[in-house]
Design a binder for this molecule. Structure first.
Ligand SMILES: Nc1ncnc2c1ncn2[C@@H]1O[C@H](COP(=O)(O)OP(=O)(O)OP(=O)(O)O)[C@@H](O)[C@H]1O
Ligand SMILES: [Mg+2]
Length: 408
């Protein structure tokens, strides 16, 4: 049961009926309010949200049954339990009272101890209902988190597998490209040597020039360099993706230290300033942060992904707000933007690897999945609040210290 005083609203048009009841309930530590008719009762219920209503059935204006029906129709007051006070004991009226939404009734003249017993029963029931709802909500949230964690673990395994499989072929393609470049350069050299050797004999030289032209050797020489550099670029991109997948699925063995995250945020801001400065003004609202046990380079990567995403979400010009703070043994870092925001369906998928709404070449859809993995390995979590058209807020929650330290 709650410890603060609970409020009971008595709705009755005859003051003489309730004087003793009010006194008695106040003695029992309830806060008691009185309304003189149904309309006033409804008004006070909406305003005060009492924990329980004692409602007279027979009143001028709207009677008790109608008052109760209206209470139950209004979502703001529907949950307040109503106990009828009635002089009538015939079963029709009792049925009508329950049908109107009452949870119980007492008959007049009122026996104080009986009222108290019934009030306590229904308050206890209501409290249990409240606790159950809260626990249900918590369970749902935990379940969602577990499902998300499970999904991420499965994707992580897949990502690690793919990364491993791709790593090998990339290795030998890269190696072969190197050999190819050496071979072809040698062949070009040989062609040059042939040409030079042939220059002594006019006819042979002319024939060589002809062959050269037919095979477009000069063009090939030039294009070969371009093709080589493009291929190396492509390979580098695949390597980066593989590295991201690895980052997502398992930690490097980098050392953890106690780091100043404001410093990390500031240096990351400097790195991405070119992406941000013509899109958004950055507002910093830093709170007090203690040093946090982390792999700071990895957290900087998280900040970078969030900041770049925020800048990308802003079409013309907007604001990126960075807030930080501490809550007990945890700290939080929030990066908010005034950008496009996301609908519920998008929010559901943003942590999936390769989920992107950006054009090819702009986004690979790995930023948030990598960030998710990093924060998870730090024992933390990322929360997202977003509404289409209103912007987004990403909040990273991290424990200040990873695990309780044991003395050796
Ligand atoms: N601040 C934001 N506002 C609106 N949408 C966002 C925001 N952050 C992420 N998103 C959405 O989530 C998607 C996934 O983000 P994520 O960072 O994982 O990938 P990306 O930015 O598309 O590509 P990458 O980060 O790999 O370059 C984005 O394509 C975008 O649709
Ligand atoms: Mg991104």
């Amino acid at each position: 049961m709650k410890h603060e005083r609970q409020t009971i609203l008595i709705v009755d048009d005859v003051p003489a009926n309730i004087g003793v009841l009010v006194e008695f309930l106040e003695e029992k530590q309830f806060r008691v309010l009185v309304a003189r008719d149904g309309e006033e009762g409804l008004e006070r219920c909406r305003l005060v949200q009492p924990d329980l209503v004692l409602l007279d059935v027979m009143m001028p204006g709207i009677d008790g049954l109608e008052t109760c029906r209206r209470l139950k129709q209004d979502s703001e007051t529907a949950r307040i339990p109503v106990i009828f006070m009635t002089a009538m004991t015939d079963s029709d009226n009792v049925v009508a009272a329950f049908e109107a939404g009452g949870v119980d009734y007492v008959t007049k003249p009122i026996r104080l101890t009986e009222v108290l017993a019934r009030i306590n029963t229904h308050l206890a029931l209501r409290e249990m209902h409240r606790q159950l709802s809260a626990q249900n909500a918590l369970l749902r949230e935990t379940n969602d988190r577990l499902l998300q964690a499970e999904k991420m673990a499965a994707i992580g395994q897949l990502a690690a597998g793919v990364a491993h499989e791709i790593n090998n072929p990339i290795g030998f393609v890269n190696c072969n490209l190197g050999s190819l470049q050496t071979y072809v350069t040698t062949l070009f050299g040989v062609i040059d040597d042939f040409q030079q050797a042939a220059s002594a004999t006019h006819a042979v030289a002319a024939r060589m020039a002809e062959l050269n032209e037919a095979a477009e050797v000069d063009f090939i020489r030039h294009d070969f360099a371009t093709l080589m550099s493009e291929s190396r670029d492509g390979l580098q991109r695949v390597k980066d993706i593989v590295q991201s997948l690895k980052d997502f699925s398992h930690a490097d063995n980098a050392d953890t230290t106690f780091a100043d995250l404001h410093q990390g945020l500031d240096s990351t801001l400097r790195i991405v300033s070119s992406e941000i400065k013509n899109k958004a003004d950055v507002v910093k609202e830093y709170g007090d942060l203690p040093p946090v046990e982390c792999i700071s380079s990895q957290l900087n990567q998280v900040f970078m992904n969030l900041l770049v995403n925020a800048a990308h979400a802003i079409a013309a010009r907007g604001v990126i707000t960075i807030r930080t703070g501490r809550a007990g043994q945890w700290i939080w870092i929030e990066i908010g933007d005034t950008g496009t925001g996301m609908d519920a369906e998008t929010i559901h998928r943003i942590f999936d690897p390769f989920f992107t709404t950006k054009p090819i070449g702009i986004g690979t859809g790995l930023g948030l999945s990598v960030s998710y993995g990093i924060v998870k390995r730090h024992g933390g979590r990322i929360e997202v609040h977003s509404e289409p058209g209103k912007g987004s807020r990403f909040t990273v929650h991290l424990p200040i210290q990873r695990e309780p330290r044991h003395e050796p």
